[in-house]
Design a protein around this ligand. Structure first.
Ligand code: ZN
Length: 397
């Protein structure tokens, strides 16, 4: 698709920059990052086959985030690194091995230019745009550390005011993973502002292995936070100016606080992700011990009754929790209500009882499936659909 001219450390290619650096005082103590600053595509990619109207939506970039980043950078005299490419080309706020690095479907919109993207093309986008952007952040951090001023990292994003028709209540939210040195005082400061509703780790968790702040903050031991501002508040210039002033002022006052400044500028490692599920294993082990002690006293018929009671409780639970979508169950655990219905039908079949698909589903759903679907099934998110494509069994689910 593109000519081969990749040079390590290059900023995109001759005609298209992967990132933009705003200069500031290296020792300002702060580095601003804007992952989703742009809705642009390098020459040769067109609009990835999307109608141009789609590029004005949040699926292509974080509306208002770049303008806020520029103004905060100016007011703090802090350097900033902004991406110059749309997250639809490749999402810099994902680990390089994350399945959502290149989105094939985004918020209901199929991205034609990504539909058949192969490993070579992804590698090309990583080399030309993704890595240069991250290298620029690395370089800015290295430069600051070299002057004896490890920077704290502030990543600026925006989020949509509604999701699946439900309005989101927060004006802004702060996301972080394990290192809360910056996040906690930032949330406190924002909450002192009149009339603001501030979320913590909303609308998504700050724990995303391999994302920008994991790579440059957690991994390098720098204090960091990601701030998401609701996009309707920073869609126009007045809103962008207000929020830039607010954030700039807060950052300035945090950096000036004697109790905080030293801590915020220190390199401290708070640990990264582990697969350690010690306590869960512990609890399971205790349960297993009790089971072997008690079960010796229970006869087979009672055991079957207990198992049936558990099944009824599971079904009752699933009928109650209509907010839990089948696709959620599938993506997380590889089974859903329809699988349960099939298992019921299989068990009946083994005993020579003919059950139709619809009848077995009604046993689980407590109503005809079509009725349940109409009442409770919501539209799957692009992330859900993408994950589903990866985990889906090959039996017609
Ligand atoms: Zn974003």
């Amino acid at each position: 698709m593109r000519e081969q001219a990749d040079r390590p450390g290059a900023n995109g290619d001759a005609t298209f920059a992967a990132y933009e650096r705003l200069d500031g005082a290296v020792g300002s103590g702060c580095l601003l990052i804007c992952d989703h600053a742009s809705n642009a595509f390098p020459p040769g990619y067109g609009t990835l086959g999307l109608p141009s109207g789609e590029l004005e939506r949040h699926i292509a970039y974080d509306i208002g985030a770049a303008a806020v980043t520029r103004q905060v950078s100016r007011s703090l005299g802090a350097p900033a690194v902004l991406s110059c490419f749309s997250r639809l080309l490749i999402d810099p706020n994902r680990g390089a091995d994350d399945p959502t690095l290149v989105m094939r479907i985004s918020d209901g919109a199929v991205v034609p230019g990504n539909a058949t993207v192969d490993a070579d093309e992804i590698a090309c986008r990583v080399a030309r745009y993704y890595e240069p952007y991250h290298s620029a952040i690395d370089g800015a951090i290295d430069a600051a550390i070299a002057t004896g001023h490890p920077p704290l990292l502030v990543s600026i994003h925006s989020f949509t005011e509604a999701w699946k028709g439900r309005p989101r209540p927060w004006h802004a939210t702060v996301l972080w993973d394990k290192d809360d040195r910056l996040a906690v005082p930032l949330v406190e400061a924002l909450r002192r502002e009149e009339g603001l509703v501030i979320g913590e780790n909303e609308p998504y968790s700050g724990e995303l292995k391999g994302d920008t702040l994991y790579r440059h903050g957690t991994h390098r031991g720098l204090a960091h936070a990601l701030i998401e501002i609701r996009q309707d508040l920073i869609r126009d210039e007045a809103g962008q100016r207000d929020w830039a002033e607010r954030l700039g002022g807060i950052m300035q006052s945090l950096l000036a606080r004697p109790d905080l400044a030293q801590e915020l500028r220190a390199i401290r490692y708070y640990g990264s992700y582990t697969d350690d599920d010690g306590p869960a294993v512990e609890a399971g082990a205790v349960a297993a011990k009790h089971r072997t002690d008690d079960m010796t006293e229970i006869d087979q018929a009672t055991k079957t009754e207990l198992e049936a009671a558990v099944f009824r409780r599971l079904v009752a639970f699933l009928r109650e929790r209509t907010d839990v979508q089948n696709i959620d169950l599938m993506n997380l655990a590889g089974f859903c209500r329809n699988c349960l219905s099939n298992w019921y039908r299989d068990a009946a079949g083994e005993r020579g009882i003919e059950l139709s698909k619809d009848a077995s589903r009604e046993i689980v759903y407590g109503m005809p499936f079509a009725e349940w679907k109409a009442k409770y099934q919501t539209e799957a998110t692009p992330e859900q659909l993408q994950r589903f494509e990866e985990v889906r069994p090959q039996d017609g689910h």
